[in-house]
Design a protein around this ligand. Structure first.
Ligand SMILES: Cc1ncc(COP(=O)(O)O)c(C=O)c1O
Length: 495
């Protein structure tokens, strides 16, 4: 009894301001030691392209991506051992089917032999994009696929099939200081005018949740509803790029009116009830290192409008990936994926995850580094134009690329330019660079991998670099300026 009244008097963990992680380390990997000079030498050798820098030499945090770099739980490791490698209908296939139906809704995975094939497992997200857009691209000429923000591979897969990938960012995104929580929304006004003008040329409408290209910002349920109903009003199927669906649902729960008392799992169901299908890379909110998929809603507008496509997709999958019961994955990977999908909507995990990323962003912000606020779900985005404001850095000096190179060489932290170089292109005819609307360096936080101390070190390194921003030289592109997906391949030199 005495203990009970004492407990009532004591400050809660929340009031203490420091809450322990909802997990502990299961196994650890030691880092090797390297000096800044050693890193600088190797970086110069790989043409300052951080993708080609050996991960073993990263002594700080590797924040190049949050994709496929999750630390798996012990339950996932155990599930992995339970996988069987049968050529047809391995154990994981059934576990995944059940989990997809539980997480997203039964309509997204027909029971084998009942209804059209509507669930296609691929080895990663872009393979499912390739499958979808290869078929959609055959539906007409001069087609446009609008989105709130296409990811680079999604945009590239659309354009590889001779369609235009159009980004309709919402107006609020441009205001870095605005406390609006759903800057990932699609601009519904622009979408409506596009549909008025060109409805016959729009084969489907996409929403990326969360919006990776637009600062990792979430999309509100209100926007999901609005885009879905507009799409359906014009008889156009509505799709998600659903990589970070759980993180998006968490933001809806926390910040959207009417969702506070709802469970994340129920919010996910509501989100997906509006969609006719989705592509997904499970390397994010699947909590796995590999996996992707394409799922079509049974009786949704997509399968009704394009009834020929599911059968063709099935053949395409068999031809390119494997039997539909394993797609592009090994049986053990499917088991780990099913377990990861079950874990990702856990409220302690999500609260910790999103708060970790938020604290990291706020830590940069309090050190004077300009970041997109409020911080999105999986990454902190530094506004490169603001970072170099008042310096001699010009757009074609690709300041974001230079910043990543200096950060990696000096402090051993790897980040990724998502801005003028990644999303821009070189007009071969006019011989000029075309720059996109957004210019960020992204610090993506892998799931369940780093601790506060690690991320504080990155924020501190960025403070130092911001203080000497005048001394950071621009880069010149020595190879690949005119190539598609050039950021993966290009080489640079400091000017
Ligand atoms: C929003 C989004 N869509 C699609 C993809 C592609 O997924 P994958 O890397 O599995 O091919 C990514 C990967 O980072 C992504 O962030």
């Amino acid at each position: 009894m005495k203990l009970k009244s004492l407990l009532n008097k004591l400050a809660s963990e929340k009031e203490l301001g420091s809450i322990p992680r909802p997990y502990f380390n299961h196994s650890v990997e030691k880092k090797k030691a390297f000096t800044a000079e050693q890193r600088a030498e190797v970086l110069a050798r790989v043409g300052l392209n951080v993708f080609f820098f050996p991960s073993e030499m990263i002594t700080g945090c590797d924040l190049l991506s949050d994709s496929g770099v999750t630390t798996m739980t012990n339950e996932q490791w155990a599930a992995l051992h339970m996988g069987d490698e049968a050529y047809g209908s391995n154990r994981g296939y059934f576990a995944l089917k059940d989990q997809i139906r539980t997480t997203f809704g039964e309509v997204f995975f027909n029971e084998p032999g009942k209804g059209e094939p509507n669930a296609f497992i691929f080895h990663q997200g872009r393979a499912s994009e390739d499958a979808l857009f290869t078929q959609v691209g055959r539906l007409g000429q001069n087609m446009i696929v609008p989105s709130n923000g296409h990811f680079d591979t999604t945009g590239a897969n659309i354009e590889a099939n001779r369609m235009q990938a159009l980004n309709l960012f919402c107006d609020e995104l441009a205001d870095r200081d605005l406390g609006f929580h759903f800057k990932g929304n699609m601009n519904v006004v622009k979408l409506k005018s596009l549909l008025e003008e060109a409805r016959d040329r729009v084969p489907l409408i996409y929403l990326t949740i969360t919006n990776n290209t637009a600062g990792g910002q979430p999309v509100s349920m209100e926007n999901i509803r609005a885009v879905s109903s507009l799409a359906h009003q014009y008889k156009i199927p509505f799709f998600f790029d659903a990589c970070r669906f759980a993180e998006n649902a968490w933001f809806i729960q926390q910040h959207e009116h009417g969702y506070k008392s709802k469970q994340v799992k129920d919010i996910v169901h509501e989100m997906f009830s509006h969609a006719d299908g989705f592509t997904i890379s499970f390397k994010k909110d699947g909590l796995t290192n590999m996996g992707g998929g394409l799922f079509l809603k049974a009786d949704g507008l997509f399968v009704k409008k394009y009834p020929q496509i599911p059968g063709v997709l099935l053949d395409y999958q068999i031809l390119k990936e494997g039997h539909p019961t394993y797609g592009g994955l090994s049986g053990r990977d499917i088991m780990a994926l099913a377990s990861g999908l079950a874990a990702v909507t856990d409220k302690e995990y999500l609260a910790y995850r999103i708060n970790q990323v938020r604290e990291f962003g706020e830590g940069m912000c309090s050190r004077g580094v300009p970041v997109v606020m409020p911080v999105g779900g999986h990454a902190v985005y530094v506004d490169v134009d603001k970072f170099f404001e008042g310096t001699k850095m010009r757009p074609d000096d690709f300041g974001g690329v230079a910043l990543c190179a200096v950060l990696l060489a000096a402090y051993g932290h790897r980040a990724c330019e998502l801005g003028y170089f990644t999303f821009g292109h070189f007009d071969r005819v006019k011989k000029v660079d075309i720059f996109p609307e957004v210019n960020f360096v992204r610090f993506a936080v892998p799931r369940l991998r780093y601790e506060k101390q690690d991320l504080d070190a990155v924020a501190e390194a960025m403070r130092v670099l911001h203080n000497c921003r005048n001394e950071i030289p621009g880069v010149k592109v020595t190879y690949g300026r005119e190539l598609p997906l050039r950021h993966f391949k290009a080489r640079f030199e400091f000017k």
